[in-house]
Design a binder for this molecule. Structure first.
Ligand code: C2E
Ligand code: CA
Ligand code: CA
Length: 673
């Protein structure tokens, strides 16, 4: 990791090598030098001394060869000859009593100067003094010592020269070594420096430059190859990470960030070419139910199939992205609104054929909202936001596709305002109940009624539960609403229970109600207060509410059952649960959803479903009620199918209490048959 390296001061390889070599040479070169000079000095001294002794021996021989007739003058002459050679600087014969015989020429050096030398340079007089014993009789004097002084200059001058040239050679050697070293370390470190600069660039994110290096050093070359491999892996990794960051793992589609980028790109292109394009937001209806009831595995598979189908419906240049759980976005470029709407309808159509997943046959509905650039927004955020508003509107109006319009924002604003007003509305009694009667087909008598809530809004008028129930759930006011409305109606309903035997009252319990532990307690208190027998209350719970959290639902429903309250499965057939599974819950009744009942006849495709549901429910000990009975034929058909009870506009619309009472009093089944 960059910056994690050893913090101690570091030096370059060149300076390390140079310093090392310098130190080694500073130690070795003087040793080498002194050794050479010593050897040379010894050698030349030995040579010189040998030479001196030879000459001395020769002189002694010459002088002694005169035998008896030795004459002082002749001897002196001989000695002068010797001096003439230039090699010999001093010559003397002396006896044991300090008598000297020496030629005048050597008198510049006095006999007293003579100090015998051990080696060259001894006594620092530039002369090598040597004495040898002699036995020469001259004029009655017995000369016993022959003394000579040789010029040392030959040796010392040559030594100085040798020293000088050795120093020069060693110096030259040293300089060339350092230069060579400098050169070679540079040859090694230069590619290393290049590699370093390159790796720094890579570390700073510059991963596009290939490592190229001209070097013959195999280690460095290998390092360069390895680094290049590393760069390629990094590039690969970075690309994969980028891809991952920009795509949805499950479907492989672009994700929200990439979608935003693509919208920005489309805005740039459209701006340049003065063109328009569409952002279509699409979400799946009731996808949560699929996830909750059939599990995430099935949900995931559905999303994958949705992605495939949507992808097959657009051009390669357009984008389908998954921008949320069950939210997709299509960017369709170069189109006008009319074309975009047609394409959106086509996309929605692609999701219509049933999905086969894990043996389940699933129907996945969708709503698509369209926002156009540039009319509906000039930024990705605004386009998405407005497409979202349009999608919300499509859902609200039960349309497949809706195109954004400014008025839609008003609806949103209204919803917001309603949410704010709802709390006060509930407390001030703006919510009230209407009742839709039910009839038992076997007895032909009214057997109960369903309590349906209305909001009498002071400004807007009556608001339908389809609009305010979702808001009440979102605002977490649904529990309070349910209790207050039932509380207000309970005493009146009690009157009906007293008059009509077997009469039951159904109330709707939303998924959130079901999670609220206090609901049962509160209902029981209300019933006790007015003497309402709990066995005559039915709660209608949708199968999706049960399946959202089956374990918890089982516990809660059991408590209701234990309290004697009956349980009906509302909107049956619109969810994904099976009867076999529902059997595990304490359920008394199935309420077949009105979408199966409205317009039912023997040849309709719902007929076998309704038929089988009734038969199976009876086998499982549940009774069946059909809602949405609008025509006599449907009633008769249901009668044949042994459906226990019916409810619907054919009998009556939901009524206020006085009308309900009247309706019940006047009811005669023969009016309807
Ligand atoms: P739901 O429980 O399925 O209620 C039946 C709905 O179908 C009622 O609409 C009713 O007026 C309508 N309906 C009755 N007969 C027919 C028919 O023959 N044909 C057609 N097309 N429709 C018929 P409503 O009253 O607008 O209620 C809508 C939904 O709002 C209800 O559907 C229910 O889920 C919910 N809801 C109503 N009141 C409450 C409440 O107090 N609490 C909760 N949690 N939900 C409620
Ligand atoms: Ca209901
Ligand atoms: Ca229903």
């Amino acid at each position: 990791m960059v910056g994690q390296a050893d913090k101690r001061k570091s030096f370059s390889m060149t300076s390390h090598v140079m310093l090392g070599v310098l130190l080694i040479h500073l130690v070795l070169l003087p040793i080498l030098y002194t050794t050479i000079i010593n050897i040379y000095e010894k050698n030349s001294e030995e040579q010189f001394i040998g030479h001196v002794r030879e000459i001395t021996g020769m002189l002694v021989d010459v002088i002694s060869a005169e035998e008896e007739i030795i004459d002082a003058n002749k001897t002196i002459l001989l000695m002068e000859y010797a001096l003439l050679s230039g090699e010999v600087l001093y010559i003397e014969l002396s006896d044991d009593y300090d008598v000297h015989l020496t030629p005048k020429d050597s008198m510049s050096i006095l006999p007293d100067d003579f100090i015998e030398d051990d080696h060259i340079g001894h006594h620092d007089d530039g002369i090598y003094f040597i004495s040898v014993p002699a036995n020469i009789q001259i004029g009655g004097i017995a000369f016993t010592t022959f003394k000579l002084g040789f010029d040392e200059a030959v040796v010392t001058e040559r030594l100085a020269l040798v020293k000088k040239s050795s120093l020069a050679i060693l110096g030259m050697y040293f300089v060339s070594i350092m230069v060579l070293l400098g050169y070679f370390t540079n040859v090694i470190t230069k590619p290393l420096r290049t590699l370093r600069e390159w790796s720094r660039a890579v570390a700073e994110g510059e991963t596009t430059t290939e490592v190229t290096l001209a070097t013959r050093i195999s280690e460095v070359k290998n390092l360069a190859v390895d680094l290049e491999d590393m760069r390629l892996s990094l590039v690969d990794l970075a690309e994969r990470m980028h891809y991952k960051a920009m795509h949805d793992e499950l479907t492989g589609l672009p994700n929200r960030s990439l979608n935003d980028d693509r919208i920005s790109g489309a805005i740039m292109r459209a701006g340049r070419e003065d063109d328009s394009f569409a952002v279509c937001l699409l979400d799946l209806d009731r996808f949560k139910d699929i996830n909750d009831t059939l599990g995430h595995g099935v949900g995931d598979e559905v999303l994958r199939i949705v992605a495939e189908r949507l992808n097959s419906g657009i051009r390669d240049t357009d984008t389908i992205a998954r921008i949320g759980g069950d939210e997709f976005c299509a960017i369709i470029e170069g189109v006008e609104r009319v074309v975009a709407e047609k394409l959106a309808i086509k996309l929605a159509g692609l999701l219509e054929p049933p999905f086969q997943v894990n043996g389940h046959t699933l129907q996945v509905g969708t709503s698509i909202g369209i926002a156009m650039y540039p009319e509906d927004g000039a930024t990705p955020e605004l386009l998405i936001q407005h497409a979202d508003v349009a999608m919300y509107e499509a859902k609200y109006q039960g349309l497949k596709v809706a195109s954004y319009h400014e008025d839609m924002d008003k609806h949103r604003f209204e919803d917001l305002q309603l949410s704010v007003e709802m709390r006060e509305g509930i407390r001030s009694g703006q919510f009230e109940a209407v009742f839709q009667p039910k009839v038992d087909l076997r007895t032909g008598h009214p057997c109960g009624c369903e309590l349906l809530t209305r909001w009498k809004h002071p400004r807007i008028g009556v608001i339908s539960p389809d609009k305010f129930i979702p808001l009440a759930e979102r605002e977490n006011l649904i529990g309070e609403m349910t209790k207050l409305v039932f509380d207000k109606a309970a005493a009146q309903l009690k009157q009906l229970l007293d008059v009509h035997e077997d009469f039951q009252v159904s109330i709707n319990v939303s998924p959130l109600n079901l999670l609220d532990a206090s609901l049962l307690d509160d209902l029981e208190i209300i019933m006790q207060d007015c003497g309402f027998d709990a066995t005559r209350l039915v709660i209608e719970v949708t199968e999706n509410a049960i399946m959202t959290n089956p374990l918890r639902s089982a516990r809660v429903l059991q408590k209701f059952a234990d309290a004697g309250i009956r349980i009906s499965v509302d909107d049956f057939g619109t969810g994904y649960s099976s009867l076999a599974y529902l059997q595990k819950f304490p359920i008394n009744e199935l309420k077949i959803d009105k979408s199966f009942i409205i317009g039912l006849h023997k040849d309709s495709q719902n007929y076998p479903i309704v038929n089988a549901t009734i038969a199976m429910a009876h086998d499982l000990g549940m009774s069946v009620i059909a809602e949405g009975v609008e025509e006599i034929q449907v009633m008769e058909l249901l009668d044949k199918l042994k459906c226990n009870r019916i409810q619907g506009y054919y009998l009556s619309e939901p009524l206020h209490f006085p009308e309900l009472k009247e309706w019940l009093n006047n009811f005669d089944i023969s009016d309807y048959r």
